[in-house]
Design a protein around this ligand. Structure first.
Ligand SMILES: Cc1cc2nc3c(=O)[nH]c(=O)nc-3n(C[C@H](O)[C@H](O)[C@H](O)COP(=O)(O)OP(=O)(O)OC[C@H]3O[C@@H](n4cnc5c(N)ncnc54)[C@H](O)[C@@H]3O)c2cc1C
Length: 427
């Protein structure tokens, strides 16, 4: 049987120790079978277990193998699309609910970390950095919008103020969200998996779901076993492949790359990011970075449409890092890796139900650390019969990609090229 290890990353190298989790052999029965042990699957499992459901998770590789164990570690609240766009799409009532929930994911993470004593280097404070006056204007209007939904913790920063928190001369201002922050993402997933098991949930690793038998009593088939369940939650996101063809048609896996420097001296680290906040810029193809607990700089950026792995990640990302921080010219890169997120045409998540008993959430299009934690709660609420918040998400439109699976990659790349050109030209 295949034994898929973690990709070589800083996170895998600094992961907390975990027990071995065997593959599923034979047949088991449960209330809810979850496909995928990333944040969506783990968060759903935790909320369900806390509410008395029996839960089994089948994971094709290892806990946090996907984006949840490889991401930039930035706790970025809200969605990958502005709430006024959402309001125009779905109307004020549904937008009100979605707007109220937009900062809940960050709170869920903090509650989980505190309740289950998860060691994942949680730090408060996230900065959105503006490079152009247009981006600064956008941040100002975003702040006003969020205040309409009761989120009053955001602070606008002028050029002088942002220079106090990040030593990058390209920024003309920004916005600080102290309810944002950062974590060691794989250790968060591993801590959540341990919490799932402490509540009686079972996680089978190296156990891909290879077929779903639909119907009143659905069954998840795996290479050496099957799980009979009352409900199934599909949480495979960009790594799901074609297991559920109707989901594959409406989304596109995309790769994004991350590098990690050698540990910096205390002085250099403090000069770059004196408050230890994480930062992302406001470009369409954005750069994002933060310090680790051992004072490395983790820097991510770039998108490969269609999720092909680039041959030389350092060659793509290091120049971006040096543009932001020329002072790192002589610093060595210790780790470089790629991971896949799932893009949707609207850049909004796709949430829904297939038949009566197969639920899914996928496609948060880049910003998913907080959303996936919220999604787990909303899915669990729906399974308990409280579907108001689930329905608010399920009502967001799911568009197929133009050009279908053949042409979605070039079409999206052209779109992204256009938007990044607009960023560079400042309009
Ligand atoms: C490099 C990178 C950097 C990012 N940085 C940030 C960031 O800083 N902040 C932020 O908010 N978001 C970030 N994101 C996005 C965020 O990480 C994701 O949105 C989020 O982790 C998705 O979680 P998930 O559980 O839905 O999917 P995943 O974490 O991808 O988990 C899916 C799991 O399902 C499993 N699986 C798939 N198919 C099957 C199957 N058939 N059977 C069994 N198991 C299966 C996979 O092995 C995988 O473990 C980043 C993403 C990447 C790739």
């Amino acid at each position: 049987m295949a034994n898929t290890p973690y990709p070589q990353s800083y996170y895998a190298a600094s992961a907390n120790p975990v027990p071995p989790r065997p593959a599923l052999q034979g047949e088991v029965e449960t209330d809810v079978c979850i496909i995928g042990a990333g944040y969506t699957g783990l968060s759903s499992a935790l909320f369900l277990l806390e509410n008395g459901f029996k839960v089994s998770i089948v994971e094709a590789a290892k806990v946090g193998f996907g984006a949840s164990g490889r991401n930039g570690g930035q706790i970025v609240n809200s969605y990958s699309r502005d709430i006024d766009v959402i309001e125009r799409t779905v109307g004020p009532k549904q937008a009100q609910l979605l707007g109220q929930m937009a900062f809940e994911g960050g709170r869920i993470i903090r509650e989980r970390v505190a309740k289950y004593n998860i060691q994942c280097d949680l730090k408060d404070g996230g900065v959105f950095a503006a490079i152009t006056p247009k981006q600064m204007g956008h941040l100002e209007s975003q702040k006003r919008l969020w205040e309409r939904f009761g989120h009053n913790q955001l602070e606008l920063m002028d050029q002088k103020r942002i220079r106090e928190v990040v030593a990058c001369d390209s920024y003309i201002g920004g916005m600080l969200d102290m309810s944002g922050g950062h974590i060691h993402p794989l250790n968060l997933a591993l801590g959540e998996a341990a919490a799932v098991e402490s509540l009686g949930g079972i996680i089978y690793e190296q156990t891909p779901a290879i077929r779903i038998e639909r119907g009143a009593n659905p069954v998840v088939h795996t290479p050496q076993g099957k799980v009979r369940a009352k409900f199934i939650i599909v949480a495979g996101n960009a790594y799901l492949g074609n297991l559920v063809p109707e989901l594959a048609a409406k989304s596109m896996p995309c790769g994004t790359q991350v590098i990690t420097t050698e540990p910096l001296s205390d002085d250099l680290a403090r000069t770059l990011l004196p408050q230890d906040y994480c930062v992302e810029d406001c470009n369409y193809l954005l750069d994002y970075y933060r310090l680790t607990s051992d004072k490395r700089l983790i820097f991510g950026g770039g998108v490969v449409y269609g999720a092909r792995d680039p041959a030389n990640i350092e060659a793509i990302i290091r120049p971006k890092m040096l543009k932001a921080f020329p002072q790192l010219q002589n610093v060595k890169i210790d780790y470089a890796w790629t991971g896949n997120f799932l893009l949707t045409l609207s850049r909004l998540p796709q949430v829904g139900r297939i038949g009566d008993n197969i639920y899914y959430s996928q496609g948060c299009s880049g910003h998913g650390v907080t959303y996936t934690h919220l999604a787990g709660k909303v899915l669990a609420e729906a399974l308990r019969g409280q579907a108001e918040r689930f329905d608010a998400f399920a009502g967001l439109p799911h568009y197929p990609f133009p050009g279908g699976q053949m042409l979605r990659v070039p079409f999206s790349a052209i779109g992204a090229w256009y938007y990044s050109l607009r960023d560079r030209l400042g309009f």
